[in-house]
Design a protein around this ligand. Structure first.
Ligand code: ZN
Length: 277
């Protein structure tokens, strides 16, 4: 089978037994990527990038798939998306206040995850207990720490937590193998205790007595990986426009291929490709 179209981030979900499920939409087809593990795949990039927002061709991709004008203009490409503690909606300077109202002035979750290292993060959606963001990051464990009323608040709390733990995923560590089990629940209790005063202060600024307790479940997510790479070689479509090999697993937004190769599919969103399976 051959599928041609512009690459996009894989859609993710979790099965009932919490195995990450990946779907790649390409050329009008929804490809079940879990089904392709253990099989040969060939990906060819045709040297054309289409902005994921306006579809115009662009020489270079910014922010994982946008053209330069869209990157400069769209609210979802603003610095405050990477750094939520800089959300400037309240200052009246949001690039697109309507977008901000939908995306930033709604409940957010501060979570802890194990992506090979323990990290703090924020997300807007937790459906059936699991956030797609956790799967995008290749987290094997995650737990919600707090539910807060807006993006800026989640960013401020995330920032407070970074005094104790990181907020980044080290993708090399994440792809090295199954992560060692971590006691995220203990870490959560510790952070909540350490930050108690500051959290209460923030809650009161929001007109709350304190942040309401959240579902304490520690989620465990597994990934469809047959073989992990030993010495990771990262593929870049700009330098290697064509590759083929056996897909040995998927974790985060990465395909793992034989010969220790990996590729971050999300990074090449908008790239016009043909996938042969
Ligand atoms: Zn564009």
């Amino acid at each position: 089978m051959q599928y041609s179209g512009n690459l996009s981030k894989m859609r993710v979900s979790a099965s009932n037994d919490c195995v990450a499920q990946y779907t790649l939409a390409l050329g009008g087809h929804d490809i079940d990527m879990n089904d392709l593990i253990g099989q040969s795949v060939d990906l060819t990039y045709h040297g054309e990038i289409h902005c994921v927002n306006c579809e115009r061709t662009t020489k270079k991709s910014f922010n994982q798939g946008y053209c330069y004008p869209c990157m400069m203009k769209l609210a979802e490409c603003d610095t405050c998306i990477i750094k939520p503690e800089l959300c400037h909606y309240q200052q009246g300077t949001c690039r697109d206040p309507q977008w901000g109202e939908t995306h930033c002035l709604s409940d957010h979750f501060v979570y802890l995850a194990n992506t090979g290292n323990m990290k703090v993060g924020i997300t807007r959606h937790v459906s059936d207990g699991i956030s797609s963001r956790w799967i995008d990051q290749g987290a094997t464990q995650a737990t919600v720490m707090l539910r807060v009323p807006d993006r800026l608040t989640s960013g401020r709390i995330e920032k407070l937590c970074t005094q104790f733990i990181g907020d980044k995923t080290n993708w090399r560590t994440m792809l090295k193998g199954p992560a060692e089990h971590q006691d995220l629940t203990a870490l959560k209790q510790r952070l909540l205790a350490e930050l108690d005063d500051e959290l209460n202060k923030i809650a009161q600024e929001k007109g709350l007595q304190a942040f309401a307790p959240v579902d304490d479940t520690l989620h465990t997510i597994s990934y469809p990986v047959d073989t992990y790479p030993v010495k990771i070689k990262s593929l870049n479509l700009d330098k290697t426009p064509q590759f083929s090999g056996v897909l040995t697993g998927i974790k985060g937004q990465y395909w793992i291929l034989d010969e220790d190769r990996v590729i971050n599919i999300r990074k090449f969103a908008g790239y016009k490709v043909t996938l042969t399976v």
